[in-house]
Design a protein around this ligand. Sequence first.
Ligand code: ADP
Ligand code: MG
Length: 574
Amino acid sequence: MPIRVLSEEVASKIAAGEVVERPVSVVKELVENSIDAEAREIKVEVRQGGRRLVRVIDNGMGIPADEVELAFARHATSKIASLDDLSSIATLGFRGEALASIAAVSQLTIVTRTAEENVGTQLRLEGGRVAQRQKKGCPQGTVVTVENLFYNVPARLKFLRSEATERKHIDGLIYRYGMAYPHLRFSLLNDGRPTFQSLGSGELYDVLIKVYGLELAQQMHEVGSIEADNLKPGTSNRELVDVYGYISPPSLHRANRDYLTFFVNGRWVQDRMLSYAVSEAYHTLLPTGRYPIVVLCLELDPSQIDINVHPTKSEIRFLDSNAVFAAVQKAVRRTLVDRAAIPRMTGLPSQWSAQEMERRRRLVEVGTQAKAVGIETPSVFEFPEPVKLPPLRVLGQVAQTYIIAEGPEGLYLIDQHAAHERVLYERVMAERAKMAVTSQTLLEPLTIELPRVAGEESVGFLNQLGFDVEPFGGETYLVRAVPAMLAKGDIGQAIVEIVDELSEAGTAGAGEERALISLVCHSAVRAGQTLSVEEMRDLIRQLEGTTMPRTCPHGRPTMIHLSAAQLAREFGRG
Ligand code: ADP
Ligand code: MG
């Protein structure tokens, strides 16, 4: 085929595809326009998961009669005028593409009126072409109705997911905008059924209750604004990163990252670096493969971010991503540490009072309701809160791996290695905090070889951990002392792994944490090691003293509990 320029119609449909991928993209663009128009109230209506109809009604500033057609021209926007404006964008839109794109692939009607006008304008477009225009009496604001999306793009229509899937995405989107803009009133009607309504009280917490239910919201921790912390001498306002919002306690987690919600300057973004910063902050507190529920708002000077990365504007680039990473990790970690210090004596499942059982039953119920609208149920019975252990009496050892013990409420099987890891991990953290790591001098120095890449920093960190390592020429090093806890372990292997962890992790902080876990893992008693009753008692006493006795630093459980009631049931006594 010879080269030719595509017709305007084909070109506009192709361009539309970038912005409007599916019904939820339409909802997103229209809602963003309403927010930019300074609406206080935004009503969203969808039919058949948005394929049949999406309608967004706002009480914003409206579009003047003589500009309505222009709003549907490609690259027509009232939000920026020059390239320079791109570095200080304060609105959600700026590309001037959304209305043109949506109109190109649907049948669209807009009714709009500004405060200055007595009468509004109604414009109807079919596949992007104006089909009808008339004056229309209406309240101030804008109503955009998008019908039969992709009616003229059969290829797209074929690829649309099920109605239920689309509905779920639209719900998720409105929840998120509700949370990002707690001072706005959002409502959502799904096939005539109200499914969400925010109050517009200005309190994020109120919206959390609407989105996740009261029981769950009550368990969330508030992340206070950390603005003041950022004010290192010499930090200019431009470099400030403010972080605030809500995060779940370590006992509340989910199987996927869908519950990690981030807003940057009021824009919902999906960003791996931000997710990673949160994961790092929760590190060792959650079982592997589980994720917290997090709603975090970041505020930065607009010059510090680039949102013009993708037509859907859901990706973002940070000028100084290290600073953003650090701010998020610090804010989350600090909240977790502050809150974890308050002991929560909710007890073991078998010790729950009738009232507590009821509370949890309702929690599950709320979860089930939440699931119906696409939110996963919390597994409260599976993952009890981190609680102190009751005093346990050691009965013996099974398979030289598990300690069997009796408590006021039944039987406990404790993984000796995992339990010892937890004990040592908390000890080394405490010692490091006090800069008082106990080390033990070796009777004879040990020579080891470290890869050249390990470098001085790794050796410096090893020495902070209680090692005494010094260069001995080439890749050889001399080890004169080791952390006391490691004295009986395989020192050479431990050092090699610690250095590996340091160099493999994405950030210095993450590397150090992984290195610490590695040290602890090499120092802890192994599975298959026979323990005396004394040693077992000692270990259990120490485990009782930890703040998180139920998981090892890798997030695996340290113990299994069989309650007296469970035993009775199993033996047919109950
Ligand atoms: P952008 O939002 O990037 O400017 P759009 O195509 O989404 O581009 O909208 C084009 C223009 O139409 C906007 O710049 C704005 O002036 C106007 N507009 C769109 N929706 C609304 C609305 N709900 N209320 C008032 N003005 C609107
Ligand atoms: Mg827009």
